[in-house]
Design a protein around this ligand. Sequence first.
Ligand code: ZN
Ligand code: ZN
Length: 145
Amino acid sequence: MIDAEGMGLPMTTLHGTCLCGGVKFEVAEVPETLVYCHCESCKKLSGGAATVNVRVPSAAVRILEGRDLLQTYQPPGGSAKTFCLSCGSNLFGGGWPDSPVASVRATTFDEPFDARPGAHIYVSSVARWETLPDDDAERFETASS
Ligand SMILES: [Zn+2]
Ligand SMILES: [Zn+2]
């Protein structure tokens, strides 16, 4: 694929890093929608109301640096989550790398990209201190599929 950056053409690759910079990766696909997951696990691991994710094939995620820093945690009854051992940044979910489709945390990307809110999932777990945005995105009580 020809690198379109700087040519006025749409980006074809997104670059991501963890907070300490030890893990660098790229995603060979620029998603159009974001999935906000409000489940209890995402609250615990993100320190926020939800994780904000792009859903891409796991094969589209390429680790460029810091593979030895990646730690995957498999919660009982949930999908595997992967974070940086050095800084704790939450990077991937949805079962990456073994699942066909992965969730990549939108917070890891270092370049702006145009994606609109597509869905809020696990709204059954919205906290009392959390307010869902009025953004026209679809809402699902639990998973979207
Ligand atoms: Zn890190
Ligand atoms: Zn979640």
